[in-house]
Design a protein around this ligand. Sequence first.
Ligand SMILES: Cc1cc2nc3c(=O)[nH]c(=O)nc-3n(C[C@H](O)[C@H](O)[C@H](O)COP(=O)(O)OP(=O)(O)OC[C@H]3O[C@@H](n4cnc5c(N)ncnc54)[C@H](O)[C@@H]3O)c2cc1C
Length: 264
Amino acid sequence: MSIYESSKCTSCMACYNACTRNCIKMNYNSSNSLEPCINENVCAHCDLCLRLCPENSPIEREKSLEAYACWNLDDLERTSSSSGGIASIFYSHFIKNKIGTAYGCSYDENLQLKFSKADTLEELPKFKTSKYTQSYVGDIFQEVLYDLRKDKFVVFVGTPCQVAGLKKFLRKDFDKLLTIDLICHGIVSQKYLDDYISELKLPQKPNKLTFRGEYNYYFNLYKDDKIIFSEKSEDNLFFKAFLDGLFYRENCYTCPYASIQRVR
Ligand SMILES: Cc1cc2nc3c(=O)[nH]c(=O)nc-3n(C[C@H](O)[C@H](O)[C@H](O)COP(=O)(O)OP(=O)(O)OC[C@H]3O[C@@H](n4cnc5c(N)ncnc54)[C@H](O)[C@@H]3O)c2cc1C
């Protein structure tokens, strides 16, 4: 049984995090996108997953009252980020003052993009730069809730659909939660990246990938910080397909969040 029609599911994983019986698994569907699947044998039919799905009951969104244009004044911080390096300013404010935790996503050594948490300034660089595949939420919403219940400040940066999923999962407002939703024009399944890298048949297995940052708009693969594959965005098949919007998740093409109305 699925929770919502495949073409609308964003894979925000609010349902997965909310299920107290642990009966939701994430599987790849026929269009290679991750989607939740309920194990009927364990399910208690409480319908919590259906009620918390932001696509079943859309979250409140509103137009921002004010907008500011800004960038990070620290040259190194800015040039090692994708745009103005603002994400790292928010993160480091709370960590420096020892009042909170930071949540974002990074590639692990197998180039799997996942959400994780950082408590120290040393851990923050892992979150830097835009990664153009879908980040796996896992049980990170439960960790956010745990921190909020401990009265910590939490900064969570993600795509608007992930922020909507977090807000639905939490079910109430927390004064100490700061969410930042990226301007996002669509996201690509992790599976396409895995297949693409495997097709490159590189002599060494890469353990780092960048799209932006120091080498801006380059698809760069590294082995232990040494570049082993590098192509400009316009020459790279994966990057070009991403920028041209050829292989996003199905739901991205009708994204309700791509609007001036942002998740509250
Ligand atoms: C999939 C995607 C599509 C984008 N589309 C647009 C666009 O159409 N127009 C535009 O102006 N800008 C777009 N951006 C850029 C985005 O808005 C910038 O990342 C943002 O401006 C932050 O830049 P920064 O320099 O402050 O921080 P950076 O250090 O560059 O940003 C890092 C932050 O982004 C988060 N992040 C990176 N990749 C992902 C991901 N795949 N999923 C969830 N969170 C992620 C990190 O966890 C971290 O918190 C896109 C980014 C992504 C990831």
